[in-house]
Design a protein around this ligand. Structure first.
Ligand code: UDP
Ligand code: MG
Length: 307
């Protein structure tokens, strides 16, 4: 199998006719291309229509999830199942143009590990375009990864990359960043983007708060994943140290300047809290180290052995 195309689908029933028409025109050679539709807990007729439609194609299949898990998990299920040497993803809502997959693959063959689409001429509501500009600006600033469109639905990957990514929650928005953290090479090309003709966008206002928290997690995991004690330990030490200084200051007030303790109750409590919080953070870091230690017992960090 040369190419696997992964398409997450959640309640896109009206788009399916158009989607199948485009795909069957473009990827007629079934021995070269498998197409995996992930039904992410659709509550409309998506599943039954998909079932009917894939009957005509021997290498096209549906992964049916128990419930709606979100696009990240849907993509992960696809990555886990795909057999192709090259893996492509695209949306099911007809906003992505599947013929771009060929251009993305041409770019991949220049020697990149990931090629992601750039919806330069994006056909989405104004507020979404602005939000996406801000979002991508932050990704660039904090990650050092220079791309314009981190969350484009259409992308192609070398198989190896899809095996190394772990997608859940909202991490599909940061796939290029996740790949970048693993030192895979990434390129971006401008792709055709179309308006959503049917159905509704599945991500409302919540996309912004979710996006923010996922971003923090990813930055944190990228930087401190393998040494949590360095992060929590430093924070904890600072807090505990401030607490100890505060308490010493209180002793100074009491025994050198002969103040009474009663005058400084608030400060005493404050210092004690700083010390306790510091110890807590430290313990947190130690627990993190235990988890990391377990992970490294699995020894999944060897890329290849060259002889
Ligand atoms: N999607 C999914 N599960 C979800 C939400 C969305 O599989 O919980 C699919 C959806 O059917 C579409 C793609 O992910 O194929 C992108 O979703 P959408 O078009 O709503 O996102 P937007 O283009 O608004 O960012
Ligand atoms: Mg869309």
């Amino acid at each position: 199998m040369k190419l696997s195309i992964i398409i997450p689908i959640y309640n896109e029933v009206e788009s399916l006719d158009g989607l199948f028409e485009e795909l069957s025109n473009l990827f007629a050679d079934e021995s070269a291309t498998e197409i995996i539709f992930i039904n992410d807990g659709s509550t409309d007729k998506t599943l039954s229509i998909l079932e009917e439609k894939i009957k005509n194609y021997s290498t096209w299949k549906i992964i049916n999830l128990y419930r709606n898990y979100g696009k990240s998990v849907a993509l992960q299920a696809g990555f886990d199942t795909a057999k192709g040497e090259i893996v492509a993803t695209m949306d099911a809502d007809l906003q992505d143009n599947p013929k771009e997959i060929y251009r993305l693959i041409d770019e991949l063959n220049k020697g990149y590990d990931v090629v992601t689409g750039w919806k330069k001429n994006r056909k989405d509501p104004f507020e979404k375009k602005i939000a996406s500009k801000i979002f991508n600006f932050f990704v660039r600033i904090f990650s050092g990864l220079i791309i314009h469109d981190s969350n484009c639905g259409i992308k192609v990957f070398k198989r190896e990359v899809t095996q190394m990514l772990t997608l859940y929650g909202g991490r599909h928005r940061y796939i290029p960043l996740l790949a970048h953290q693993k030192k895979f090479s990434i390129s971006e090309i401008v792709v055709d983007h179309r308006e959503r003709k049917f159905g509704v966008s599945k991500y409302g206002i919540k996309r912004y708060s979710d996006g923010f928290f996922d971003f923090l997690t990813i930055l944190f995991l990228g930087k401190y994943m393998d040494r949590p004690l360095h992060f929590f330990g430093s924070l904890g030490s600072i807090s505990a140290l401030l607490g100890i200084i505060t308490e010493i200051y209180i002793l100074y007030l009491k025994y050198i300047l002969f103040d009474s303790f009663q005058q400084h109750v608030a400060l005493i409590i404050f210092g004690a809290i700083l010390i306790i919080v510091g110890l807590q953070l430290f313990t947190f870091g130690l627990m993190g180290e235990l988890i990391v230690n377990k992970k490294y017992k699995d020894r999944n960090y060897i890329k290849e052995i060259i002889e």
